[in-house]
Write a protein that binds this ligand. Sequence first.
Ligand SMILES: Cc1ncc(C[n+]2csc(CCOP(=O)(O)OP(=O)(O)O)c2C)c(N)n1
Ligand SMILES: CC(=O)[C@@H](O)[C@H](O)COP(=O)(O)O
Ligand SMILES: [Mg+2]
Length: 629
Amino acid sequence: MNPLTSYLSSISSVSDVKKLSDQELHLLADEIRSFLIEHISKTGGHLASNLGVVEMTLALHSVFDSPKDKMIWDVGHQAYVHKILTGRKHLFHTLRKYKGLSGFPKRSESEHDIIDTGHSSTSISAGYGMACARDLQGGDYSVISIIGDGALTGGMAFEALNHAGHSNTNFIVILNDNEMSISQNVGGLSSYLNRLRTDPAYFKMKVDVESLLTKIPAIGKAVFKTAEKAKDSIKYFLVPGILFEELGFTYLGPVDGHTIKELKMVFKRAKNIKGPVLIHVLTKKGKGYSYAEENPDKFHGISPFDIETGSVVPSGSGRPSYSAVFGKSLVDLAKNDPSIVAITAAMPSGTGLNEFAKTYPRRFFDVGIAEQHAVTFAAGLALNGMRPFFPVYSTFLQRAYDQIVHDICLQNLPVVFCIDRSGLVGNDGETHHGVFDISFLSHIPNMTLLAPKDGKEFERMLSFAAAYQGPIAIRYPRGESDNFATITVDPEVNPLKAEILTEGNDLCIIAIGNMVRTAYDAAEALRSQDIHCKVVNARAIKPLDQETLLQACEGIEHIITLEDHVVTGGFGSLVLNLFNRKQDIKEKQIRNLGLPEAFIEHGDVEELMEQYGLNVEGLISCIRKLLGK
Ligand SMILES: Cc1ncc(C[n+]2csc(CCOP(=O)(O)OP(=O)(O)O)c2C)c(N)n1
Ligand SMILES: CC(=O)[C@@H](O)[C@H](O)COP(=O)(O)O
Ligand SMILES: [Mg+2]
């Protein structure tokens, strides 16, 4: 290769990868790592996971023929290398930007992206479905699901392993084991995998033992049976991956995930094995960038950073995030209430639980990527006298709908759901926006749902929830907490009571949570133009503070409800029902402002809010139109 032109610039499609020798592929791997670090330091994104799969992805595209052979990336946050090799490297300056490259596989982006992913543990189910379809259609291609050790802790992955295992369907599962979820991986499976990783003798021994045992001459039935039994029992102790073998998979590994020659050899071998195969690949998360290797948690999902120092470029006003407010408040509450325990589904850092975990290790539970289990585990804790707090991203809570209904609300248990990342989250896009939680929670009997307008109110709601007799959820957005200290200073505020922030009789805006600031700023701007809007901070989404809301709207014709949530089944629909039931709705013009019933694309939150008319300017123009001014 001409030293002046890089290997990376020679790759315009996956077929170019196949032309390179193993040595050249390793040189290409170095260039891809520099490319990833360079670009993600500017755009932000999932750096550590992608640095860990460079050689594996190169080997995959060397041995298999995408898109004929189908590659399914679990979660999909580690598919940047796949995207670079499949003709999208020139788009990486737009990574996760509005109308730019998605941070996850997107079928609309490329034929090489076989399925849209973003939520964990779906790849084996989807892959096995595709393999079964292929066999029904007489197809002749490989289906490969690539799943991380974190994602493998998701129950759905085991449902799929169980289903696929005892079939003779040709299907390949690649387990990318880097011992990390976002934080350190947890659970019995993780320790099992760790044993496989750390006892290479296992792998060597397996080959010796197997070849020895197969040499035992089958003298007579009895001896052969004994030999088989001996083989099975020895295999049980010595053959790594026995767990997967017992489920019906042929286990190959563990394989060094950074040696392309070895990877290609195992992938080629797997192609020719009948039935389901699981390849256990060992990788290092963050490989090739020392800051990410030392701190894979921080560099899992990283904002723009300085390559030289590894430090994140500071942004925002410096106010604590809602997650930080949550984490600090919970440590304070737990000091005086020993019944308080905290549960996370593999997201301690993202939900602000690191401090609590350090302070109260016995009262902290990381269940792995297992939201369904987390909720019913919380039910068990609550039934036995504890007060569980479960901070979880809105979008991931979708996984546990039935557990919330059946195991928490039906039994009216005192569990606190702290719904982080509610509303638009921005750069993660469709699979991560938290815009359905009001719709899927507000209709469940016994569920109470609150939304704070700022950090102070959030603290108040958390202490209220800690004493609440029943299921209660508090929804709050990603990012910095707001601060209305100059307006309401009542520390003992009752979170079930709405509050009137500003007076006015031309129109009434009833807003929730993060949208109260938008309503307040729009009303302030309009006041100077002689348009007087009343602003109500609803605080409680369910039950609504009917008395305050009805009173606040007396004598006002135009009402706007404002939410960072889909309008269908959202907060506005609850207000509409209230006025329908309580008052002659004909007297009122009620406009529900929120998000459409659509999957909202990725981009910066500000851009998306503008796009959907939910920023201050959008609200002002809507009010002017309604009032004809
Ligand atoms: C249902 C669900 N819960 C939580 C997450 C958040 N999440 C994204 S990646 C990740 C860890 C994945 O670990 P692993 O599969 O080992 O991949 P790695 O980053 O180590 O390559 C988690 C918890 C998610 N995407 N989906
Ligand atoms: C891939 C994934 O699901 C997580 O890494 C998620 O992107 C984290 O989101 P935050 O950056 O909001 O914590
Ligand atoms: Mg991992």
